[in-house]
Design a binder for this molecule. Structure first.
Ligand SMILES: [Zn+2]
Ligand SMILES: [Zn+2]
Length: 272
């Protein structure tokens, strides 16, 4: 952690720091941030709209069906299932975030502009996310959970009631996992929002049920190499203690020769 970054707390209208020699180091006026923001296309926007509508329809359908097959005797295994689902979601949020932050480039076909671009933009303009509407914030995560949600819905319409009753605790684990993955970027947006948050969101952050604002600031210190989990953040401390991300990076660098965060650095240093 060499130098302090833009942090997560900066109010959205706070002027970006002006380094010597012209270009801004971060904020909406940073040359790289402006270029990355312009790459958000109408086609991408349409894909996000469709994903959000399909995702929330399937969530409602599956939730209704889960309630139908829940039994009182399932309570302990359902609680364990929900807890395990949340932990798994936090780990996957870290793994995906680490992968997108550390490897690949915006120039990669399809995934570059669609999925890596927002991560690059987020490091040099961390408050841009607070200006994204519901669709732009949640479109990608809704897209990712469509297949498991459709798979769950298929089981509800095709399996026997006995089979559904028996697998209910497992489906609760999968459902909790899907819900927290779907909500991850909304939770991440709240962790950057310092004005006008609903009281219940602040309550969930204060009790560390969702990613707290102060906790996420640790990730936003250049060169963005730790605290990647952004759903609840519960796994950040233990993963940092065992140097989990560092070990993974060393293995991949050893195998491929690629330098971690080379593309992220390139965008951060862009001044024109
Ligand atoms: Zn990041
Ligand atoms: Zn962030």
């Amino acid at each position: 952690m060499a130098q302090s970054g833009p942090g997560a707390a900066a109010p959205r209208d706070e002027p970006a720091e002006e380094p010597e020699g012209g270009g801004r180091r971060w904020g909406a006026q940073h040359a790289g941030a402006r270029e990355l923001a312009e790459l958000y296309s109408p086609g991408k926007r349409l894909q996000e709209w469709i994903s959000v509508i399909l995702c929330f329809s399937l969530i409602c359908f599956n939730f209704y069906n889960l309630l139908l097959y829940l039994r009182l005797e399932h309570t302990p295994s359902v609680l364990v299932g929900i807890f395990a689902g949340v932990i798994t979601a936090d780990f996957l949020s870290g793994l995906f975030h680490w992968g997108a932050d550390t490897w690949g480039s915006v120039e990669l076909p399809i995934v570059g502009k669609a999925f890596i671009r927002p991560f690059r933009e987020h490091h040099i303009d961390p408050t841009a996310i607070t200006r994204h509407d519901f669709i732009e914030t949640n479109g990608d995560n809704c897209f990712m959970t469509l297949v498991p949600l459709a798979n769950m819905a298929y089981k509800f319409v095709s399996f026997s009631p006995e089979a559904l009753c028996a697998t209910c605790p497992w489906e609760c684990y999968v459902f909790a996992l899907i819900i927290f993955i779907t909500m991850t970027n909304q939770i991440h947006k709240w962790s950057h929002t310092y004005f006008g948050l609903p009281r219940w969101v602040i309550f969930l952050q204060d009790w560390h049920i969702i990613l707290p604002r102060k906790h996420h600031r640790i990730h936003h210190v250049s060169p963005h190499e730790t605290y990647f989990c952004i759903t609840t953040g519960w796994l950040n401390y233990p993963l940092e203690k065992i140097r989990f991300w560092r070990c993974l990076e060393n293995i991949i660098q050893g195998l491929t020769g690629e330098k971690p965060r080379a593309d992220d650095m390139k965008w951060a240093q862009k001044i024109k």
